[in-house]
Design a binder for this molecule. Structure first.
Ligand SMILES: Nc1ncnc2c1ncn2[C@@H]1O[C@H](COP(=O)(O)OP(=O)(O)O)[C@@H](O)[C@H]1O
Ligand SMILES: [Mg+2]
Length: 376
């Protein structure tokens, strides 16, 4: 029996990947020209996996690629620590470079320990007591000197970068980072799923990062390529799915990369040899059910008015939220209330307005399907 070719967990960097050829080429070329890029999309569209592939290619031609995850940081010290850690992690296997990193980065010492998956994992310890922005300044300055000294090209990816905006004195932090990023000779990627917060960092003229990077949006996968990807993955692993059924999956998950993997993972487990239409219907229910707890907790954080607005947009995406018929049909109440709901829901990235068509829609396709099911 062949292994399930789909992934519930993070996709390995050498696993089959659907499309993204242009994106890969664009991003590699930006990195090679030392450009800074803001890479954004809703959650689980493939930003992290794409970035790892970009870095993998860069690494193979000698670039030093640091990957710094900012997710969940709570203080400026922690941000500085994560930056130091990403440099230690990438140099750790090369004794010369690792020694250089230790010499330059005086604010944090590396701590190596055996990792549960085998190999070595790197963490950091503060080397001396400094507080606030000073430790970030020290770390960024040592990064600058390190990069000057190593004389190889360097690429740094900050994942979930918008999280810096949630930390105390975020403008101070942005100021320090921007000051060094401007001077350091390398390419930086700023990646994030919370689009409103992330883009505000770069597109607000009052903030330090204003217009300091190219905006690059990652879209869902192209429908045709995704169908081909699904059918060929089934075939590779000794099972069969028709194009028609693969297309149904793509429609159900709105060409969303992660949900496609999840759907197909469950489906592959379920079928013996040939996928039937009934398998698709059953798996669809399993996928929705697997997210139910998360969706319920999202609703718990919303007011009744906001939930009504959300359900309306799930059932009927529209450019005319304020039209009398739409308001009446979905019991939306006053225009002031609608305005407030749209504002709160879009700040949380739950809904979005298509900037070309003006149509408001629910961002997460499975959340949308669940909302429709709930309100029947
Ligand atoms: N191009 C792709 N082809 C196949 N699967 C993909 C692709 N892009 C993303 N995925 C799937 O989606 C998952 C989530 O992607 P990830 O890179 O973590 O998204 P993000 O960083 O945007 O939240 C991956 O682990 C992988 O299973
Ligand atoms: Mg990610």
């Amino acid at each position: 029996m062949k292994k399930n070719p789909f992934y519930l967990k993070e996709i390995p960097v050498d696993a089959p990947f659907c499309d993204r050829e242009k994106e890969l080429a664009d991003l590699i070329s930006y990195a090679r020209s030392n450009s800074n890029v803001v890479l954004f999309s809703p959650r689980r569209y493939g930003k992290t996996s794409l970035t790892k592939r970009v870095q993998n290619t860069l690494k193979s031609d000698g670039t030093l690629t640091a990957y710094c995850d900012i997710f969940g940081v709570t203080s400026v010290e922690e941000i500085a620590g994560r930056i130091a850690k990403s440099i230690y992690a990438v140099t750790q296997k090369n004794e010369g470079l690792f020694q250089k990193a230790i010499n330059f980065i005086t604010s944090f010492r590396p701590v190596l320990s055996p990792s549960p998956e085998g190999g070595v994992s790197v963490s950091v310890q503060t080397a001396f007591k400094t507080d606030g922005l000073k430790i970030l300044e020290d770390t960024m300055e040592s990064l600058e000197r390190f990069i000057d000294d190593v004389a190889v090209s360097v690429h740094v990816a900050f994942d979930e970068f918008q999280e810096i905006a949630e930390v105390d004195n975020s403008i101070g932090i942005e100021g320090v980072l921007r000051q060094y990023i401007q001077k350091i000779q390398c390419s930086f990627f700023f990646i994030g799923s919370r689009r409103r917060i992330l883009l505000n960092i770069f597109n607000d003229r009052k903030r330090p990062f204003f217009q300091s990077a190219l905006n690059y949006e990652l879209k869902p996968l192209p429908h045709k390529d995704l169908i081909l990807f699904i059918t060929s993955q089934f075939k590779r692993a000794g099972k069969h799915i028709s194009e028609e059924n693969a297309s149904k999956i793509c429609q159900s998950v709105s060409n969303h990369p992660y949900y496609m993997q999840k759907f197909c993972f469950f489906l592959f487990e379920e079928v013996d040899k040939e996928v039937t239409q009934n398998d698709i219907v059953e798996t669809n229910a399993v996928v929705i059910e697997s997210e139910r707890v998360v969706f319920e907790s999202i609703l718990q954080g919303l007011t009744t008015k906001q939930i009504v607005m959300l359900s309306a947009l799930a059932k009927e995406p529209t450019a005319k939220v304020y039209s009398a018929s739409y308001m009446a049909q979905h019991h939306l109440g006053s225009t002031g209330g609608i305005q407030q709901s749209l504002d709160t829901l879009s700040k949380q990235d739950l809904i979005e307005k298509n900037y070309k068509t003006g149509v408001w829609f629910v961002v997460d396709p499975i959340f949308k399907n669940w909302l429709i099911e709930m309100s029947l």
